[in-house]
Write a protein that binds this ligand. Structure first.
Ligand SMILES: Cc1cc2nc3c(=O)[nH]c(=O)nc-3n(C[C@H](O)[C@H](O)[C@H](O)COP(=O)(O)O)c2cc1C
Length: 380
């Protein structure tokens, strides 16, 4: 099968993933919250950023490599943390992390992954970033961080934009509850997607493996089904100091949109700011994620910045880099890819993004990522 003609765009991967995975699984991955307007705004605001092509630039090969937090990367993008990733396709965490590792780009493991850090360590190589949802219990958080570090995860991401749950109406309509309860519609959906179901049963029912390790030990949360409660930490500003003390490697805080917050985090010793609105999954009433970037970049000219939410191709990555991001992450796209094509999906996605960037940079005459901003169309 020629993947480049069958699935030339992320939208093709999404379409195929929708057919190949049970309905409740697709709704979990694809849905935002409320009317999903913020999700649409994320994408349309990116679309509104334009480049003016230069002509007669001669023969050149665009250089997509970059340096971020002291490491060299051949490409300026990677995989954002996605909880319950393994529900999208059997062994999804391993498949995606192996593809990222092979391409030399970062893979972020979520606290609520369906694997533990030690399981991913052999496939992830040197590309592991670890994402923490702040557990309430001080000993649990210290132990989680120690285990991630010992397993080789070198960069920490603390996510702070999930202070409470969100309604995610589409997930509810698909009968997805926490803890999950299997119902007739789900069983029917699994029966009609046998490849997903057989593979999933073979791997074992996906669950929050990392949290479960602590739920098993804890008297308070002795039900494995409630492992998710372990991470209902609702962190405050003082927690940043504590995490900074414990974690001696690069430390990013994810879910930032306000300049004042970004400034305060940097003052507290955080190494980088991750601008994100959780791709509209938490709150439907805010602005597009990309709108936060120019002001934060202007206020913090030397701070490493990651951007995500709504990226649908290589051109969007260029847009975020041109506005001042140093690195761009994608969540859903990697999971559409694995849902659509299994092991072949994530490498194909990386190829799509790289080729799209390569050709679009050639088109506008940008030789390096740093030159992208020179081609931006500035509006009055
Ligand atoms: C199904 C799903 C689960 C997610 N789980 C997490 C998570 O466990 N931790 C986290 O920090 N962000 C999580 N996110 C947010 C992503 O890290 C990222 O911010 C977002 O997906 C980027 O937008 P994009 O999907 O449009 O690329 C999740 C996103 C999705 C779609």
């Amino acid at each position: 099968m020629n993947l480049d003609t069958r699935f030339p765009a992320i939208s093709d991967l999404r379409k195929r993933a929708r057919r190949r995975v049970p309905h409740f699984v697709f709704e979990y991955l694809d849905s935002a919250t409320g009317l999903e307007d913020q999700h649409r705004r994320n994408m349309s605001a990116l679309n509104d950023i334009h480049f003016m092509p230069s002509i007669l630039e001669g023969n050149f090969t665009p250089d997509l490599s970059t340096e971020f937090l002291g490491r060299k990367y051949p490409l300026p993008f990677g995989c954002a943390p996605v909880g319950m990733s393994g529900i999208m396709w059997p062994r999804a965490e391993k498949i995606i992390s192996a593809a990222c590792s092979k391409a030399g780009i970062p893979y972020s493991m979520s606290t609520v992954a369906t694997v533990v850090p030690e399981t991913l360590a052999p496939t992830i190589g040197d590309q592991g970033w670890f994402q923490l949802y702040m557990p309430r219990d001080k000993d649990i958080r210290a132990d989680m961080l120690a285990r991630a570090k010992n397993a080789g995860f070198h960069t920490l991401i603390l996510t702070v934009d999930v202070p409470v749950d969100s309604r995610r109406e589409r997930q509810r309509r698909a009968n997805l509850t926490i803890p999950p309860k299997v119902n007739a519609a789900m069983i029917w959906s699994m029966m009609t997607h046998p490849e997903w179901t057989i593979g999933t049963l073979k791997e074992g029912i996906p669950s929050l493996k990392f949290c479960e390790d602590y739920a098993k030990k804890s008297n308070e949360y002795n039900s494995v089904a409630h492992a998710g409660h372990i991470i209902r930490g609702q962190p405050g500003w003082s927690d940043i100091d504590e995490i900074r003390e414990i974690w001696d490697g690069p430390f990013l805080v994810k879910g930032i949109q306000k300049v004042e917050d970004a400034q305060r985090l940097v003052d507290k010793g955080v190494d980088g700011i991750w601008i994100s609105n959780h791709t509209g999954r938490q709150f439907d009433g805010g602005p597009a994620s990309i709108l936060a970037l120019p002001a934060i970049r202007a206020a913090l000219p030397d701070t490493p910045i990651v951007f995500d939410s709504g990226v649908t191709g290589g051109l969007d990555i260029m847009r975020a880099l041109a506005l001042g991001a140093d690195f761009v992450m994608l969540g859903r796209a990697f999971h559409y890819a694995v849902g659509a094509l299994g092991e072949k999906g994530p490498p194909h996605l990386i190829h799509i993004l790289k080729d799209d960037m390569f050709l679009n940079m050639g088109q506008i005459g940008a030789r390096t990522l740093a030159e992208l901003k020179d081609h931006l169309v500035t509006r009055a």
